[in-house]
Ligand binder design. Structure first.
Ligand SMILES: Cc1cc2nc3c(=O)[nH]c(=O)nc-3n(C[C@H](O)[C@H](O)[C@H](O)COP(=O)(O)O)c2cc1C
Length: 306
């Protein structure tokens, strides 16, 4: 049976892709996912400037998943070329997605231009981090017009495929996805973390995260992400990197049937470490064998046919 995926013209040996941010930006750590079975990897979001991020504690576990306010810390994009080169040296068969950030549309454009000159196969535009405010005071992906404007402008600076990463924190995510598609996006990544949310330590009598609030991922996000992917699949023709709460193989099957072509995997690594990719793939293969599917593409969007 075939589990390889052609996505925006790029060959992925299987649909699992490390989601942005979970393992940072070093080429070696991203490549370790490929060695552990991931089809590809997404870098941490990079901005023009070096960013210290939010102070610790910045990532917490709770029964529903994770809550984080890392604050998009990282070296500035100009310092990161060697990490992308390292990845390509270590994992040449596994496509690399470069995640781009910006506090303004102009910064996004500048950053995307630099990222496109690096050895990445495609770009992901992080329009949706809930902890970082854009020029409008909220993430670009929370506004259809801003999404349209930013996608259109960035489209002009690269021919590499672009995936626009959307936020679940909107009333109509399909509308935003359509704006991205109409303005030149080649794909949609859905979704980023939800919220922000909060956890409180009753003994300390205050929120636990130093930033007080953070984005929620993992188990709690899955039904929200699944519905987002389902709605987007109905609204656009471009393919989807389905992301959010894919912990088990069953979650992955649901996401494929909702309409995801690739599967972004983040918080699952918290529960399953680097085995996350193989656990998910084994289940997909087992299901395909039991149910008589030959090619993984047969699963994509299947839940829409009933
Ligand atoms: C610690 C942490 C850091 C993250 N950093 C980024 C980031 O830099 N850029 C981004 O687009 N998403 C970032 N995300 C969001 C993930 O890429 C993903 O969209 C989200 O966690 C939902 O997937 P999951 O439930 O599989 O983790 C981060 C998530 C976590 C938990």
């Amino acid at each position: 049976m075939n589990v390889s995926v052609k996505f925006c013209g790029i060959e992925f040996p299987n649909p699992t892709v490390l989601a942005s941010g979970y393992l940072g930006v070093t080429g070696a750590s991203l490549a370790s996912c490929a060695k552990a079975g991931a089809g590809g990897a997404t870098s941490k979001t990079l901005f023009m400037e070096e960013r210290p991020g939010h102070p610790n504690p910045s990532v917490l576990q709770f029964p529903g998943g994770l809550i984080n306010a890392v604050g998009l810390c990282g070296e500035g994009i100009k310092n990161a070329r060697h990490e992308f080169e390292k990845y390509k040296e270590l994992a040449p068969e596994n496509p690399l997605v470069g995640s781009v950030g910006g506090k303004t549309v102009d910064e996004f454009i500048e950053c995307a231009e630099i990222m496109a000159s690096y050895p990445v196969d495609m770009l992901e535009l992080n329009f949706s981090c809930p902890n970082v405010e854009g020029e409008m005071g909220r993430p670009i992906a929370c506004d259809p017009q801003m999404t349209a404007k930013a996608t259109k402008a960035i489209r002009k600076v690269t021919k590499k495929p672009i995936s626009v990463k959307l936020s679940p924190n909107v009333p109509d995510i399909a509308l935003i996805a359509k704006e991205a598609e109409e303005n030149g996006a080649d794909a949609i990544t859905a979704v980023n973390t939800m919220g922000p949310g909060m956890l409180i330590d009753p003994y300390a009598r205050r929120p636990i995260l130093a930033n007080k609030v953070g984005g929620v991922s993992g188990y709690a996000l899955k039904p929200i992400a699944l519905k987002a992917v389902y709605d987007i699949y109905n609204a656009v023709k471009i393919p989807i990197i389905a992301t959010g709460g894919i912990v088990t193989g069953r979650d992955a099957l649901e996401m494929l049937m909702a309409g995801g072509t690739l599967l972004g995997i983040g918080s699952s690594l918290m529960y399953n470490d680097m085995q996350a990719f193989e656990i998910i793939l084994d289940k997909i293969r087992e299901f395909m064998k039991e149910e008589g599917f030959e090619d993984i593409s047969e699963l994509v969007g299947l839940a829409h046919e009933t």
